[in-house]
Write a protein that binds this ligand. Structure first.
Ligand code: ATP
Length: 284
């Protein structure tokens, strides 16, 4: 990669949702904040993956020593936005022992009988872990709002409830990395078409995904409200243009690295006398 290529400032600075911004102005093909092409991006991803993996080991080691610090990656996006690809290609670069992964589909009858955060709390990462939410509590102000699955009087208070919940998480040592992935309607059509063309992709196809395309404007309104109302200092949203998979993966990798670095963790000191143990080993 030549000079001046790569991230022009920090990824979180470049990608953070700015108050006053408009969802319909987001360019899903952009490589916001990054100078370089796909091959630069792929090369950098493999290098940064190693850094991510080191930092995850540091987090895990701290967790083993009783630290409460954790990271929670929240992935939201329309069908085909590439959430699964992030899990496979970004989270796949770290040791799975330290990952707590949860995907949130349509709630079960039991889940519906509880508050909307009930199923979320059960999947939170413990100290030392990276939690990954493929969809999340935000479905309860997205699909639920778009389709009126509960009356407005029930979903409206959820924005404040989410802010309170996330402030509580941040206060107890979890660094939230919230990523809203934006794929264009055209790119979504291509990705769905690919699923219909390839027998090895049929399993990913859901006819309901085509129905959802008709609700695009309503989803844009719901995303706008979500970003406006739940991007806070302790848990800001990041906008990930997702038409170019290489960029989305690079961006999320960098956001995770920045989140882990912001925790300023050190390797936990030995809770034994190193010299004494060396002597014992030599004598054994
Ligand atoms: P994906 O589309 O994420 O690849 P999928 O097609 O395999 O996933 P599931 O993971 O089983 O499907 O479920 C995802 C679906 O569940 C999405 O349509 C999503 O909107 C819906 N969903 C998630 N949370 C809720 C919720 N709280 N209420 C209603 N529907 C929800």
């Amino acid at each position: 990669m030549g000079r001046n290529r790569g991230w022009q400032s920090g990824a979180s600075e470049a990608l953070r949702w700015r108050p006053g911004a408009t969802v319909t102005d987001i360019d899903p093909r952009a490589a916001t904040g990054f100078e370089g092409d796909a091959s630069d991006g792929r090369r950098l991803l493999s290098k940064r993956g190693k850094r991510l993996s080191e930092l995850q080991e540091l987090l895990y080691a701290n967790g083993r020593s009783g630290s409460e610090a954790s990271v929670l990656l929240v992935l939201q996006g329309m069908d085909t936005a590439g959430k699964g690809g992030i899990v496979r290609h970004v989270i796949g670069m770290v040791d799975p022992q330290g990952v707590q992964h949860a995907a949130f589909g349509k709630p079960t009858a039991e889940e519906l009988s509880h508050d909307f955060l009930w199923r979320i709390r059960r999947e939170l990462p413990h100290g030392g872990q990276i939690g990954v939410f493929d969809r999340s509590h935000y479905e309860d102000v997205l699909v639920v709002r778009v389709h009126g699955l509960v009356p407005r009087s029930r979903w409206e208070p959820r924005y404040d409830a989410i802010n309170g919940f996330e402030a509580e998480l941040a206060g107890s040592g979890t660094t939230l990395v919230k990523c809203a992935m934006f794929v264009s309607l055209d790119e979504q059509r291509e990705r769905l078409a690919k699923r219909l063309d390839r027998p090895d992709k049929y399993w990913k196809f859901n006819p309901g995904d085509i129905d959802e395309r008709a609700f695009w404007p309503q989803y844009q309104d719901a995303y706008q409200a979500m970003l406006d109302r739940t991007s806070t200092d302790v848990a800001p949203w990041h906008v990930i243009p997702a038409d170019r998979k290489w960029f989305a993966r690079l961006a999320v990798t960098e956001l995770l690295i920045e989140a882990l670095q912001s925790q300023h963790l050190d390797w936990p000191p030995a809770d034994f006398d190193v010299r004494e143990q060396k002597a014992r080993l030599a004598a054994s």
